[in-house]
Design a protein. Sequence first.
Length: 371
Amino acid sequence: TAVPTTFKGLAGVVVDTTAISKVVPETNSLTYRGYAVQDLAAHCSFEQVAYLLWNGELPTDAELTLFMQRERAERRADRSLLGLVAKLPESCHPMDVVRTAISYLGAEDPAEADASPTANRAKSLRMMAVLPTIVAADHRRRRGLDPVAPHHSLGFAENFLNMCFGKVPDAEIVKAFEVSLILYAEHSFNASTFAARVVTSTMSDIYSAVTAAIGALKGPLHGGANEAVMHDMLEIGEPDRAEEWMRGKLARKEKVMGFGHRVYKHGDSRVPTMKEAFRDVAAHTDGEKWVRMYDILEKTMGDATGIKPNLDFPTGPAYYLMGFDIEVFTPIFVMSRITGWTAHIIEQSESNALIRPLSEYTGVPQRSVVA
Ligand code: CMC
């Protein structure tokens, strides 16, 4: 008799093929549709990257113009959706707001069940376009401020920053923010993407799949880590306390958020690009002390364990210095990763097989019910 083999956490298990992105841990590289993320971050807008993920190729000028027009036309949230956001308790996490908003968009879409690639691409664009409006409105209401309407003449990143802060920040900040969106957009079969693929594999709809993905991303072992990083940094307070803090965490065998990765064991391919963007933001906002703290934490962890930072480590303090409330960091991750999730949802539905693994039973042996 064959002994069942279990793969806790599916570590090392290849569950399907994908043509969307490739992670090569040995060389710390990540490509979207064949392009290195660093190159995309250096040369492209977030809109171009979204187009690439959904269509497999970067857009021509004419394709990009049309795509941007369509994205800008879909940004408005109707009054009922904004009213729903306003009704949710301010004590809830902003990820709950985002999760509820996507679920609502599904409920109000009369063509929710149409899962053709064309319909799913249109729905993906609608979700990508309207999410920033929701996230920004929620961010502002928690500060007691009225929402700022989306602006037609602004790019995706600029428009979101404008809706949050009531003005477009300096170009250095916009660029760093856009780089973070590009780096967060896609990462193969991570937990939230896999959750989206599992839901899609039952032939459920795209909104249900994205709602599930948001639930998976919320956890601190996944997207929630960027928030945890900044809470830790604020607790540390000053760079000269960073080494002792890290040694204490390690001595108590506590996990340090923003470090380690299931796939990358020698460093996260996205970190050097995001660290550079974080440095730019810090130089522009008088935030150098956070860079010094970053370096000390990275070095202390590296010397003691060899474990390297992941993308959430530089994005946490970068978003903080841009002026965002900490709880909005993971919703920003959603605004970006929704492009990758939906590319995977489309791919999964184009060559579907129900995802239904097995388990090894370890409970009590079969017994009789005594009436
Ligand atoms: N702090 C301290 N020790 C760690 C950390 C960490 N962040 N990450 C891994 N280790 C240690 C861990 O304690 C274990 O040690 P030992 O073998 O002595 O028990 C060893 O390294 C292997 O760790 P693991 O948790 O079994 O490895 P994994 O592949 O399951 O972990 C991880 C991946 C991301 C869950 C983990 O590194 C972690 O919890 N990191 C903190 C959370 C975090 O930053 N998450 C964001 C991930 S990247 C962005 C994203 O996908 O959203």
